[in-house]
Design a protein around this ligand. Structure first.
Ligand SMILES: *Cc1c(COP(=O)(O)O)cnc(C)c1O
Length: 229
């Protein structure tokens, strides 16, 4: 097995390079998040040794367990649904929480961040495709939520995140990625204090080249790096 993960990352990196070139974008604008949920730390270590410093997890306990044993220069991304009662375990460990979709959750993050004297960077999760099974706010609700969260202490909105539908052909998701980009531009024009729309977290193994052509700054790749779960 040794070597496969590094081979996979190399391939993903090549696709990112090509996608950026095609879209006329600077590779430096894009960060690859290695989505390591359910995978053992040995596999994460292999990705780390290749140079990965951004890892995505979707469960609080798993993130904390891996945080304890992995090198301290890793940037941990919380990409899964977050329950309010678990916020306290991760506010001082995560680099970015991608999955904030309610004022109540943001208030809890703010409260715990003040207690621990840290600033927590967050993204608003938008259910662009309006899938019943998915978390996230609708496009219509997003600006109002951004305004309400923007005044909370120690929490800072950096952009938007979406999880596109599971499709055979990633091209089908282009419309959702372009909608998220458009929403970010619209919100930027509102000049809300203390927030930015610099991060667009969108695109997974099946569709990240499409997301990159529509402006993604973070792509979240799991299967394409670590294999199927
Ligand atoms: C699991 C997961 C990913 C990675 O999915 P792959 O299809 O394995 O690349 C990305 N984003 C979120 C929010 C996830 O839960």
């Amino acid at each position: 097995m040794k070597g496969i993960i590094q081979e996979n990352i190399k391939k993903v990196e090549q696709v990112i390079d090509e996608s950026c070139k095609k879209a006329g974008r600077n590779r430096g604008e894009v960060t690859l998040i290695a989505v390591s949920k359910t995978k053992p730390v040995e596999m994460l270590q292999e990705a780390y040794d290749y140079g990965c410093r951004d890892f995505g997890e979707n469960k609080v306990q798993e993130l904390v367990d891996k945080y304890e044993v992995m090198p301290k220069d890793i940037r941990w991304h919380m990409i899964g649904h977050l329950q309010r009662n678990k916020v306290k375990y991760i506010v001082d460990k995560v680099y970015l929480i991608h999955s904030v979709d309610s004022l109540k959750l943001a208030e809890e993050i703010s409260k715990e961040a003040v207690k621990k004297n840290v600033i927590v960077n967050i993204l608003i999760e938008v259910n662009v495709a309006e899938e019943e099974s998915k978390f996230g706010v609708s496009c219509k609700e997003t600006l109002d939520l951004v305004r309400k969260i923007s005044i909370l202490p120690n929490v800072c909105i950096k952009g938007l995140m979406t999880i596109a539908p599971f499709v055979e052909n990633g091209e089908e998701n282009r419309i959702y990625f372009s909608k998220l980009k458009e929403l970010a531009v619209d919100i930027e024009h509102e000049n809300v204090d203390n927030i930015s729309m610099e991060i667009l977290s969108m695109g997974m193994t099946g569709d990240y080249p499409i997301a990159l052509s529509e402006g993604a700054t973070y792509v979240r790749v799991g299967t394409g790096i670590f294999g199927s779960r």
